[in-house]
Ligand binder design. Structure first.
Ligand code: C2O
Ligand code: CU
Length: 503
């Protein structure tokens, strides 16, 4: 098997023993929920807002008395939030002050290929020499000239890169994260993820909770070493020979500690009013089934691709890696002093309590949940020009699609620009399946109606073992080469990824 880049083992982690896999114990609800800062543009003109981000090492204070080295956009985890307007460009200059190559993907963005953050669209370190020195000559040759990439013209090596996001899409919650081939899991785990919110006029005019009553919640899980650093076993080649350990992690990194916006099990003081929470699962592999301890329903108003046509009550919400759910929680029924815990019904032990809402005051609430939210165009299966099938199965010692692992020199589908297509996915395990560029709509699961979590415009669908789902998408906006993949980051790194080229 020729693995152009998978052979690059960079010594990112010290060797760990198995015993170090249990994180230092933490007490829940000790820290207020941090809100990632909104990044200010360095300048703006008639058509765009311009930003600069440096990806660099930083230090986080996650565990009492310990520090955690992280990698972050501007050195923080989560990265700063980008606020964008539908129809107005965002231009971000990314600089790489990390010791490894990166590629930055705007997840859910309708982005031209040159700015999409293809896994091979490397941005080299500002100082590439230590990285280059870590490679053998053969690896260096492979790295610098991956064969056959001529037809994907956007792939190049550079040390700062301008990403242009046209934002020609409706208001929604997107996120940006690292997408370097074979190392996405390791690099996102270290902290390379942030929110990117698009707003538009339709949303502005709705009386939804706004300002400090509209809060992004990035759910992640991590395990820690005794010294406070993140534990990530697949960075450690010696674990491949340790029986049982790789077995526990090859299926994806499940951390034993839950964080929200980069804080371990935080609390948030709320007034007895409605709040809008933009939920994002930025975990590598963990799937959550969310419920409030009071068993009050969430009111879902949006999904991956923006607002739903109408709000929908959800007693619980299953959220797999990369999915977003936009929900309203109304705290007005609770007396001051109430504490409501956001729980993960799929967790065990330490991992059931995600965060706590403390109702600390009464307040006037002008917000409403309107009966209708935003227009929705249902795609008609009769207009689909083709049905493609993709099997997401374990195989070849890695993870495969239709029996093949990712090869950047292979294109797996060539939809025509403007075409509507049905894609059918089957699965042998838990696979959150994500398409770049497009939103899709879920037509069916195992021939039945879609799950409640499938509602609306989606870019990621969660499949359980043995499930089959049909989704429909229109391949619009841009021609060019994009990837689709399992968003379990370790499955993705172990090549459960394919490419489509819009022709
Ligand atoms: Cu959020 Cu290709 O990924
Ligand atoms: Cu998977």
């Amino acid at each position: 098997l020729a693995l152009p880049l998978g052979v690059l083992q960079i010594p990112l982690a010290r060797i760990r023993s198995i015993e170090s896999m249990t994180s230092p114990a933490t007490r829940p609800f000790q820290r207020p929920l941090p809100i990632p800062p909104v990044l200010a543009p360095v300048r703006s003109d008639g058509e765009a807002d311009y930003y600069e981000i440096t990806q660099k090492p930083g230090v986080a204070h996650l565990l009492p008395g310990l520090t955690t080295p992280i990698w972050g956009y501007n050195g923080i985890f989560p990265g700063p939030t980008i606020e964008a307007r539908s129809g107005r460009k965002t231009i971000i200059r990314q600089m790489n002050d990390l010791p490894v190559p990166v590629s930055t993907h705007l997840h859910g963005g309708h982005t031209p290929p040159s700015s999409d953050g293809h896994p091979m669209d490397f941005l080299l370190p500002v100082d590439p020499s230590p990285f280059q020195a870590s490679l053998t000559d053969g690896q260096m040759k492979q790295f610098m000239s991956p064969s056959g990439l001529g037809r994907s013209l956007h792939m190049h090596m550079q040390q700062s890169k301008e990403y242009v996001y046209p934002n020609t899409q409706r208001a929604t919650t997107l996120w940006y994260h690292d997408h370097r081939m074979d190392f996405t899991g390791a690099q996102v785990y270290r902290g390379l993820a942030g929110f990117y919110l698009i707003r538009d006029k339709i949303e502005d005019e709705l009386p939804l909770p706004k300002g400090d009553h509209e809060i992004p919640l990035m759910l992640t899980d991590r395990s820690f070493n005794a010294d406070g650093s993140f534990f990530y076993p697949s960075l450690d080649p010696t674990l491949k020979t340790t029986p049982g350990v790789l077995g526990k992690y090859y299926n994806g990194m499940i951390g034993d500690t839950l964080l929200v916006n980069g804080a371990v099990q935080p609390f948030l003081e709320v007034s007895a009013t409605k709040y809008r929470f933009r939920l994002l699962n930025a975990s590598n592999a963990r799937v959550y089934q969310l419920e409030l301890s009071s068993r009050q329903s969430f009111v879902q108003i949006g999904s991956d691709g923006g607002l739903l046509p109408a709000p929908a009550a959800r007693q619980t919400i299953r959220i797999s890696p990369a999915e977003r759910f936009d929900v309203i929680v109304d705290f007005s029924q609770y007396p001051v002093g109430s504490q409501i815990v956001l729980k993960n019904l799929l967790g065990e032990g330490q991992t059931t309590d995600i965060m706590r809402f403390d109702v600390v005051r009464r307040a006037k609430d002008d917000s409403l949940i309107p009966k209708t939210l935003a227009p929705f165009e249902a795609l008609n299966p009769a207009n689909a020009s083709v049905t493609r099938t993709f099997q997401f199965f374990y195989g070849l010692g890695m993870w495969t699609i239709n029996g093949q692992y990712f090869d950047p020199n292979r294109t797996d589908a060539t939809p025509r620009l403007g075409a509507t297509e049905i894609w059918e996915f089957t699965s042998d395990g838990n696979h959150p399946i994500h398409l770049h560029l497009v939103n899709f709509q879920v037509l069916s699961r195992d021939g039945r109606a879609p799950d409640p979590e499938d509602t609306g415009y989606k870019d990621t669908i969660f499949l359980k073992a043995g499930e089959k789902a049909r989704v429909i998408a229109r391949f619009e906006d841009y021609r060019g080469l994009y990837v689709f993949h399992c968003h379990n980051a370790e499955h993705e790194d172990m090549r459960m990824m394919g490419q489509f080229e819009v022709m």
